[in-house]
Design a protein around this ligand. Structure first.
Ligand code: XMP
Length: 204
């Protein structure tokens, strides 16, 4: 298990959107992670995870944090050739772009089925770490056999070092990003890439 190949993506490396004929692309300032980069990295993460859990008899339980992780989850699990269960949890804390310190709350429609199981927590982005700290503590209380975490994105400038993440897609600058599941005011989740919006679109 390693995230040695985690790539740091700086916004200055981003590329401008050239085709603005489709409405959803018009609000984008810069693409910072392309569709191809996402596909390649998710494939590499899936290989690493499949290899690490190759001996897991019971397979995995993926505890997925909604809603930003859905596209990442869908792409990842279709490349994991093992038995798995999927539990969906919601953590409410953020509104719009604001990352002010609101204490997150966790909700799940069903009790988690994680006791004695190998659990992989799946999240879209590690920012301040509050979400993952909460989800991890919740899972651990249920006495799983093991717990690991995968995130698509991490903002290393903000993420506290004590928040353990076992698999990381990309490290990014401390910028508010959208696309590939991530939203701004519930929009832009369906963008096939990760991008930064035009600055005038962010309310403060
Ligand atoms: P924490 O601070 O708890 O944050 O690690 C994790 C959650 O915050 C949201 N978040 C973002 N959402 N673009 C988004 O669309 C961002 O740049 C961003 N930063 C944090 C997200 O819901 C994540 O699970």
């Amino acid at each position: 298990m390693s995230s040695a190949s985690t790539q740091f993506i700086s916004a200055s490396e981003g590329i401008a959107v050239t085709d603005r004929s489709q409405a959803m692309h018009r609000d984008i300032d810069r693409i910072i992670i392309s569709q191809k980069q996402l596909q390649d990295r998710v494939t590499a993460l899936a290989k690493e995870i499949a290899s690490d859990y190759a001996r897991s008899e019971e397979g995995l339980t993926l505890v997925t944090v909604l809603s930003g992780s859905v596209i990442f989850l869908a792409d990842l699990i279709r490349q994991l050739p093992m038995k798995m269960r999927i539990d969906l949890v919601t953590v409410s804390s953020y509104e719009g772009k604001s990352t002010q310190s609101v204490e997150p709350k966790l909700h799940s429609d069903q009790p988690l089925m994680v006791r004695g199981r190998d659990v992989l927590i799946v999240d879209d982005i590690l920012d301040t770490g509050k979400t993952l700290r909460l989800v991890r503590a919740w899972v651990k209380r249920e006495k799983p056999k093991s717990v690991r975490t995968v995130v698509l994105l991490r903002k290393p400038a903000k993420a506290p070092s004590e928040v353990v993440v076992d698999y990381i897609g990309f490290d990014i600058e401390d910028l508010f990003v959208v696309g590939y599941g991530l939203d701004y005011n519930s929009l832009y989740r369906n963008l096939p890439y990760v991008a930064v919006l035009k600055p005038e679109l962010y309310e403060d």
